[in-house]
Design a binder for this molecule. Structure first.
Ligand code: HSE
Length: 446
């Protein structure tokens, strides 16, 4: 254990597969921001994996890498053990071994927690060590942290969402292509979206594991995934998607949990994982492909929505490393370190940074110009834009309004903010333009 006043925390990684490699990348590539926020460094000390031959494409300078998991757990340089082996038995044993030796643990293994969570959390409480598992639900989405911290003042009324990326990809593709479940699943496997054995995903079990964890965090309720009625997507056929569309719906595999409170304060939990029809206009209906989204409704805050990559190397590693940082802060605090910096970065890491000049920002714009409806006006408008260096992507001219004015709508090519501003000034200086033109920027990245 790192002692009082020490400024380094040692990390040991059990399992050097896809997510493990992502964790190494995040720790290395983002070492600057991690230490600027923590005020000290997180040091990857050791990695253990049975496969010590495969080149993972990351530098392991200064990192001990072998197949000795027990040695890693016992290593006094290792303060936090990250379990990324997956599965049940070995992962459980390593987690419990690490905890019994006073090591904090971080995992992305929802199946393990769904089955052995009570034992692991109990052991961690007894040993007074932290357990981080943000990556177990929603991949990179900080949904557990939001429930634990940001929404902590609420009675949570419901938690529901798309908790499995594989099935969301399959459903999205079935709707888009009209192809059968088996055909789309095979393609998903070829593209690496679905596992060779996709049972946990397509039968809804993975979503149920995650929902059980969410229920614990949201309602303080002890419910195992086996208590959750679970239905997968294997019976969906192309006709279901066509008819859903006709009725104004889209089919999504949802994990749903609601807390019912009786007048005398008794609480009961409604929970299920099942394909559901959601209105086409709803936000969840528009979560496509392998993305995840979770809606949490609190009695004070109302509905909130969390969206992002529910799986994948770097998004999942992002959540694992956030857990490492949280536990590392806790270790430092116990050793006499101060509280978490209120601005996220340590005060000494916050310094002025140059503001990008608006003239350097590029984007497309919509212009609405109120022009006189006379011959030659359109060419003068186009000329004004051309002079300012703004290209036109398309033009629409509506019918004349009262007073012989006509709205001319222009969609520009990507142009600098400076050029767009000059164009607007030139346009508004034309005598055929009768009212200030309106500019609305097109944000492509939303
Ligand atoms: N198999 C999971 C999914 C990814 O498809 O969402 C990890 O939770």
């Amino acid at each position: 254990m790192v002692g009082s006043g020490s400024r380094r925390i040692g990390v040991g990684l059990l399992g050097f597969g896809t997510i493990g490699t992502g964790v190494v990348k995040v720790l290395q590539q983002n070492a600057d921001v991690i230490s600027q926020r923590l005020g000290f460094a997180l040091e990857l000390v050791r990695i253990a994996d049975l496969d010590t031959e495969t080149d993972r494409g990351v530098s392991l300078d200064g990192v001990r890498f072998d197949s000795d998991a027990a040695g890693l757990i016992a290593d006094p340089e290792v303060d936090i053990v990250v379990e990324l082996i997956g599965g049940y038995d070995i992962a459980r044993r390593f987690m419990l071994d690490a905890i019994s030796q006073g090591k904090h643990v971080v995992t992305a293994n929802k199946a393990l927690l769904a089955l052995h969570g009570k034992e692991i959390f109990g052991a961690a409480k007894e040993a007074a060590v932290g357990v981080g598992f943000e990556a177990a639900v929603g991949g990179g989405i900080p949904i557990l942290r939001s429930l634990r911290e940001g929404l902590a003042a609420n009675h949570v009324e419901s938690v529901l969402g798309i908790l499995n990326g594989t099935t969301n990809y399959v459903l999205t593709e079935m709707e888009r292509t009209g192809e059968a479940f088996d055909v789309v699943l095979k393609r998903a496997q070829e593209l690496g979206y679905a596992e060779a054995d996709p049972t946990f995903d397509v039968e809804g079990i993975d979503a149920a594991h995650k929902l059980a964890l969410l229920i614990g965090m949201a309602f303080g309720a002890e419910l195992t995934y086996e208590d959750i009625p679970t239905e997968g997507i294997v019976r969906m056929t192309p006709v279901d998607f066509q008819l859903a569309q006709e009725f104004g719906f889209r089919i999504k595999l949802l994990g749903i949990a609601k807390c019912h409170r009786s007048d005398d304060g008794e609480e009961s939990i409604e929970a299920r994982v099942a394909p559901a029809m959601v209105p086409l206009k709803s936000m969840l209906a528009n979560v496509d492909g392998a993305m995840n989204a979770v809606e949490v409704k609190g009695d004070a805050v109302g509905p909130t929505l969390y969206y992002g990559a529910g799986a994948g190397e770097m998004p999942t590693a992002s959540a694992v490393v956030a857990d490492l940082m949280e536990i590392a802060r806790e270790i430092q605090r116990e050793g006499g370190g101060g509280p978490v910096s209120p601005l996220s970065y340590q005060a000494e890491s916050i310094r002025p940074k140059a503001a990008v000049s608006p003239d350097e920002v590029e984007g497309r714009s919509y212009f609405r110009v109120s022009a006189q409806d006379e011959p030659g006006v359109l060419s003068r408008i186009a000329g004004a834009l051309g002079e300012s260096g703004v290209g036109i992507e398309s033009v629409i001219q509506r019918r004349s309004e009262q007073g012989g004015m006509v709205p001319v709508i222009i969609l520009t090519h990507p142009s600098s903010e400076g050029a767009l501003r000059r164009a607007l000034e030139t346009l508004d200086g034309l005598d055929c333009v009768q009212a200030p033109s309106v500019q609305i920027r097109i944000e492509e990245d939303v």
